[in-house]
Design a protein around this ligand. Sequence first.
Ligand code: AHG
Ligand code: MN
Ligand code: MN
Length: 330
Amino acid sequence: MKLEQSFMDFMLHHQERHKRTYNFLVLLEAVQTAAKYIQYFYQTGSLKNLMGEAGITNVQGESVMEMDDIANGIVLHYLRRSNQVICAVTEEEADPIRLNEDGRYFFYYDPLDGSSNIKHNLPVGFMFAIAKRNLEGPEDHHLRKGSELRAAGIFLIPTGVFTLALADTGVFRFHLDETMTYVKPDNTERLVMPDDPKGWELSFNAGNRKTFSAKVQSWIDENESKYAFRYMGALAGDFHRLLSNGGMFLYPAIVNHPKPEKNRPKGKLRLLYEANVVAFIAREAGGLAVNEEGDDILEMKPESPHQRTALYVGSRLLVASIRDRLREKK
Ligand code: AHG
Ligand code: MN
Ligand code: MN
């Protein structure tokens, strides 16, 4: 009889090998439980009429879908019950949420990424990042740089694939099996983005193309024909493909919109729970992520919980190529 390695078994042995506490296990147990409940509500949502709008807007001024709300509540519930999180930052709440004063971790999350896919039942993601409190020394703060993260992950929903990056360890994939257990197929090891450009893909909202800076437009003009183009409309899903195929996802600053009030000079994606998540996973898979200035996303010092950033993430050489263009004077 063949028994699969469960995600928790994988984590237990990882923690023991590195002589770490079990607190992190308790937190990840809560996180995977939340992901399974989001999965359940998402799969059955159309039957229960849960895939529409909630009728409110969030702190970003975006209309909240009922599923955004449900997923946010599920995650918050299991985080709170875990007793491991001092403070959580979620896309759906204006202020960071204090959860447990003894908690050792900061938790950043987008409970449902890719909301425009909801009404089509297409893939969305639950994305998260985890930083650790400074237990000795001065009181630290939730606005941490991506380079200080200990882990980041994406649950693809309802696909049932979970990608987890652990600091200085690598990226691993788990799949939901028939018993609703995340398991690691035994033929898979660390995930590394392929060096060979043959399968690389480009991913960006092509409708925005003329609103990008001249530098970005010229880079796209010169390079796009070398690669296949894919865009799902959910960073979680688009980045998921890139991890195995290589290439680059970009959401540049919008600086040339015909209606200037629609410009987004700081980009669209949120640093703490979107850009940092994929940047951290990319780094652990051998890739790179930079912002509009060409600086490393993981070195950005956040100034507010919902800060936005432009994002270029993917295979190291390809991101380095656009980074060099972004850094050119003029
Ligand atoms: P969210 O659904 O959490 O608000 O995030 C949506 C984000 C991201 O997932 C996606 O890559 C991007 O918005 C798509 O934006 P466009 O519709 O502008 O392409
Ligand atoms: Mn999102
Ligand atoms: Mn979201």
